[in-house]
Design a protein around this ligand. Sequence first.
Ligand code: ADP
Ligand code: MG
Length: 639
Amino acid sequence: MTRKQKRWLVRIVVALVLFAAVFAITEILPLDSWFGSRTAAIWFEFALFLVPYLIAGYDVLLKAARNIGNGQVFDENFLMSVATIGAFAMVAFPDADPHMAEGAAVMLFYQVGELFQSYAVGKSRKSISELMDIAPEYANVEIDGAIEEVDPDEVETGSVLVVKPGERIPIDGTIIEGSSQLDTAALTGESMPRLVEKGDDVISGCVNLNGVIRIITTKPYGDSTVARILELVENAAEKKARTENFITRFAHFYTPIVTAAALLIAIIPPLLGMGAWSDWVMRGLTFLVVSCPCALVISVPLSFFGGIGGASKLGILVKGSNYLETLSKVDTVVFDKTGTLTSGSFKVIAIHPEADIDADYLLSYAAHAEAYSNHPIAVSLREAYAGEIEEKQIAEAKEESGHGVRALVNEKVVLVGNDKLMALHNASYHDCDLTGTILHVCIDGAYAGHIVIADVVKDDAEQTIRDLHLAGVARCVMLTGDRQDVAEAVAEKLGIDEVHAQLLPEGKVRAVETLLSSETTDGKLAFVGDGINDAPVLTRADVGIAMGAMGSDAAIEAADVVLMDDKPSNISKAIRLARTTMRIVWQNIVFALAVKIIILLLAAVGIANMWLAVFGDVGVAVLAILNAMRAMSVRKYRK
Ligand code: ADP
Ligand code: MG
């Protein structure tokens, strides 16, 4: 609880105690006979009830007055003020029962509800700010052998930082000395520490667990993982779901309508001679109390907020509640193959050089040509090559997305890629009968042979497809630029429903568009990729999910949902979590509206009084908020 909330609580408790005392006095003591007349006694009671009323509600009254001055009349402060002042004003009807107790009680319980709301909002904000805790406060920069604490924002790229055990890595960089275990839990939800050593890239936001490491920064703070994640989470609240906007609009209409209805109820029937003024005015006031839309207005955004916060605890960053809503309606999941369903770390399974060419020579040229590519194939080739890559031999290197690379190595034009690349450059090549991804290599116009590489599917890929089908996702589709036989082998192993192979990046967009047009109106399509040459598809899908985003800027930029980890199982978790959140949102909407409508009807016919109205209102708000907070709990997804 904050200090402000504590003071608020004290004020409510004091008002509550005074209220109980006043209530007891008016019920037990023979005030009528003491004062000699009923009227005098009632005015005395009026003065007594005014004390707890004002202690509990003076701020509400002030806010209502200020809002009227600003032209924003219909808010809940207004409703509560009018209803309670009205209840007190009933004292002016000499023949009616007094209603001061109700007036004071409504204000009191309204405040109890408000305090609870503020506490709940604070708590869910805290769960997100726990994520905010990843923000580093300082960086230890090494300057001329001495260490200085510097604001991360001011650290230049290429500075050397020292990160001690227990400290957070402030800026993305590469280790130049030392090794350690890193705790990435705050970013990925993964509890296993990761071992890093000299030469490894490290990501800001991870906690250094044991060794001292020195890193050289590769980015400014503003472009580091931490800063980007924080920005993303902070902006998430702005992208509102349709349901959320609907509720806000609804509250705008609903409140004036109910206020008007209350006015009509208070005036028309007594004018028509259908009963005493005091009766109907009280019914109208009761209407006002029920009309407060707090339960809806607070619990719906709170549920979304909880869902987004919960997801981020699992390392799933959702860029807005609109994406959470879309995610819950997904019935088609389209996967990119390489790096998404398969690990993307290829093993060389065969090198087939042409007759007069040496295998090492072939591999060396291929690895050099791939020197600057960050495609998983390139990374794997460089790893498979035993020798050093001499950058000065490479004059020019160009990635041809979906095809391969073209580079000038030792002043020779080298092409490394698939048959499409060969065809594009009119190079001759011949096929291979092994199943695998074939990298043809052409050096200075002459075919030099090919390297056959193979990828392995990720551990949890098969389970993920099964989980998605169980969760009611009708179609799991795989798109790939790889060969048909490789694609089919993977698809069959994983239980994928539909495969499209040999696609260029544009082909993937077209395939997704075809799938989109075959969607039913309500079903949505999610595309999952690793962000390497699939950004156009990520933006085209109803919801684009990028995985393995730790450190990949392109993916964080293009996607709507970002999975820090590269585990496919997070996709089914994200969809399940989105559905739970939407279920909670709708439970709250239906429950709150149903209770309100029932009490409104009862109030109109005179069965519900103000007591029931205020308990109905505060009770519903509290229950809806408690329900909303369930969206934040993610224990069931962690196994
Ligand atoms: P996927 O759809 O499986 O993710 P990509 O669209 O990234 O694959 O690439 C499709 C195909 O293009 C690869 O299977 C490979 O044959 C070729 N390719 C792409 N990039 C490279 C590269 N850097 N080096 C060699 N071949 C490449
Ligand atoms: Mg890919």
